[in-house]
Design a protein around this ligand. Sequence first.
Ligand code: TXA
Ligand code: MG
Length: 340
Amino acid sequence: MTVFIPQNELSDENIAAAGEILRRGGLVVFPTETVYGLGANALDGEAAKKIYAAKGRPSDNPLIVHIASPKDAEDIACTNEAYYKLAAAFMPGPLTVILPKREVIPSATSGGLDTVGVRCPSHPVAHRLILSAGVPIAAPSANLSGKPSPTKAEHIRADLEGKVDMILDGGEAAVGVESTIVKLDADGTATLLRPGGITHEMLQRVLGRVDIASAVTEALPKDARPLSPGMKYRHYAPRAPLTLLDGDDARRIAYCQKAPADTLLLVFDEETDLFAGHKVVPLGKKADKQSQLHRLFAALIEADAEDPRQILAPLPATDGLSLALYNRLIRAAAHHIKKL
Ligand code: TXA
Ligand code: MG
């Protein structure tokens, strides 16, 4: 049975009960500032395996480990100077740092890798839960494998009912896409594996050079072994085919207006009145990338729920916060771009 704790009942008592569930090897869905997480005790391999079962996640796809304070990384990973520079600039916050793991992290948690992703979330409920559990919490996004990451508890309640012990409703996630992931190697190389709310430019301001893994923007060749195993799996995909339109606003709008009536259009908030014959789902304000990130997964979920024949959306740029939009949308579209 799954206990659902609404937002107005996140008392110390209920958080303590959630912490107890985690310590005993159970599963708790909790809010973070990026997306909801499906948590288990990161030090307990059997508990971590339950996450893979509940999500239908391939077991070679490692879990991110959530800690209460940046220095707690030392218990689970081999930290270095670059880690502490990143921690000073961006933690707590939407950043995951990949470091060599210590033995306490079981291979079920690390997906068989000798590294571990460390993340110190800024969401107060996540923070209280980690402290209450008294152990680091392994948590992927709380969606079923292949579905968009959930930014509201209601997105997942039906999917996870009966599969987890407790769901903590913390309201809508602020950032709306998953944390930025950066890998730090022993030789000092830093590589961006997944763009998010902390941008490539922000990382470079702190670390100097940061490479971008090719899988962030490119389709992976068949049988590739990407730096981040999650990149090889289909993700964030609505059922209908999604095409990204590469052209200026005027051309994109004209193209959308001429699309068959059973096409669903993802458009900026300012444009929603321009498409009388079509279903439209707003994608956030045109000039406000933060609002677009915030809307992205909810927009994909809403689009999917309308069950259209096809979906059209603007192709994002690849600088600043746009890179995170680009990376998520290009995968939802299976790299299908229409040049206008
Ligand atoms: O914002 C987030 O990061 C959310 C919240 C819940 O914290 N979590 C999240 O986890 O997005 P997940 O499992 O959905 O995505 C983690 C990604 C996967 O693509 C995984 O392959 C990669 O991070 N990853 C995790 N540990 C890794 C490691 N040691 N080396 C390389 N990639 C890793
Ligand atoms: Mg995920």
